[in-house]
Design a protein around this ligand. Structure first.
Ligand SMILES: *Cc1c(COP(=O)(O)O)cnc(C)c1O
Length: 421
């Protein structure tokens, strides 16, 4: 569910006409709905009602400071994967005690930053990382709270680029070696083992892989406790999928996911953390773009947009589907058209959709990509020297630009020409 609905044939973001935002900030742009972000966070929070828990929003899905502040003010924790994200969380007012640090390549600088600034836990992914963290925490005279990310070797049945829980993936330590690695952690100075972490992938549209993974985590909890480790916290990762194609998909609901968690690990008395990203931010955002040209090819028509793969890379990178809808609905009875929908970048990969049936469009009209709030703006680049597009947040009947479009001067001034050239 989201708050992007048509009223009298025009697309609204909450109570604001999308066309009014376009008139103010210019296309293309991202627009996010505060009510949708809030609703999705609260669904997860409610799904874990009755268990001690913290919903740690995976910031990598959308790390605009305004989005983080909105969620942080509701009580969300944050799952960060870099020093940059850690700094964003702190800047948005989220205390270190609600920040978990994930990722396989945390540098010593990043560890120092988080230890000094405060951290709920590091999710450690390898023995060398553990050694490094032990050294740094000891030298600072701090005990670093850690979980160890285990790789349960389950098939998340998702796109190969976003599956993370198979033994061939680079993430975590094999669950079969967990006892050994926990024993090492217990022997090292400066580390305080608090629990277990797992994250098996993203855009899961079926609960079964979670069930398999969490059962393995439950068994491991008992084994590690018997070995004398205090396992008081389980970080169960993120990854719940969203319906990118409204017409034919209905992924599981947070409530069912919450029931699954209670069923598989509820008896252990652990505090539960989850790290949803996409399900909180994905359907809370649109990418709005203007049609530049409608071009007739030999056997097809191309809708050439002013947005491109550098603004939204998911279709080019993952073959991802986004529903693309007109901002003004066609008059009833109008014949639909079929388009290849493309951007202006000089690569054939810059194609958003092929043979997409949608209302007939003209140059100058606006379209909206649905479900573009996650892994959209954060993965954007300035390829082809196209400035990063603005981000806008709507709340009720007002909106604000939460990241302006840079000027061309700002863009060019980031480069320097050495004096010897
Ligand atoms: C990417 C990631 C998430 C979030 O995944 P979503 O599919 O956006 O929910 C959570 N935890 C970790 C460790 C991740 O890498």
């Amino acid at each position: 569910m989201d708050h992007f609905l048509y009223r009298s044939g025009e697309l609204y973001a909450e109570d604001v006409r999308v066309a009014d935002i376009a008139a103010t900030v210019g296309a293309p742009f991202y627009v996010y709905s505060a009510a949708t972000l809030k609703r999705h966070y609260e669904l997860f929070d409610q799904a874990l009602d009755g268990t001690e828990h913290l919903v740690c929003y995976a910031m990598k899905s959308n790390s605009n400071l305004a989005v983080i502040k909105l969620l942080g003010d509701l009580g969300a924790g944050m799952d960060v994967v870099s020093g940059g994200e850690y700094r964003r969380a702190i800047a948005a007012g989220v205390p270190g005690s609600r920040i978990v640090f994930s990722g396989i390549g945390k540098t010593r600088e990043e560890m120092t930053l988080a230890l000094k600034g405060g951290i709920r836990q590091f999710n450690v992914e390898s023995e060398p990382e553990m050694q490094a963290l032990s050294e740094i925490a000891s030298s600072l005279g701090i005990d670093a709270p850690i979980t160890i990310r285990v790789n349960p070797d389950v098939d998340a049945k998702t796109h190969e680029k976003i599956a993370t829980g198979k033994s061939e993936n680079k993430f975590g330590i094999p669950i079969s070696r967990a006892r050994e690695v926990y024993a090492l952690a217990a022997s090292l100075p400066g580390l305080n083992v608090v629990g277990i972490d797992v994250h098996i992938g993203s855009q899961l549209v079926n609960l079964e892989p979670f069930e398999l993974a969490y059962q393995k985590v439950a068994e491991l909890t008992e084994v590690l406790r018997a070995d004398g480790h205090e396992i008081k916290r389980l970080d169960l990762g993120g990854g719940l999928g969203i319906p990118y194609e409204r017409s034919n998909s209905a992924p599981p609901l947070p409530l069912d996911y919450g029931d699954l968690i209670k069923r598989t690990v509820g008896h252990l008395g652990c505090e539960i953390e989850i790290e949803p990203g996409r399900l909180i931010s994905g359907n809370a955002g649109l990418l709005v773009s203007e049609v530049i040209y409608v071009k007739s090819g030999e056997d097809r028509e191309f809708l050439i947009l002013d947005a491109a793969m550098n603004d939204l890379i998911r279709p080019a990178m993952y073959g991802a589907h986004h529903d693309i809808v007109p901002v003004v609905e066609p008059a009833p009875g109008e014949e639909p058209a079929k388009y290849d929908i493309v951007g202006p970048v000089c690569e054939s990969g810059d194609t958003f959709a092929k043979e997409r049936v949608m209302p007939s469009m003209k140059a100058g009209e606006l379209v909206a990509f649905r479900s573009a709030g996650a892994y959209g703006a954060v993965m954007a680049s300035e390829y082809n020297s196209r400035p990063l597009i603005p981000e806008v947040l709507v709340q009720g009947d007002h909106f604000g630009v939460i990241r302006p479009r840079p000027t061309f001067d700002e863009m060019l001034n980031r480069d320097t020409i050495p004096s010897w050239l």
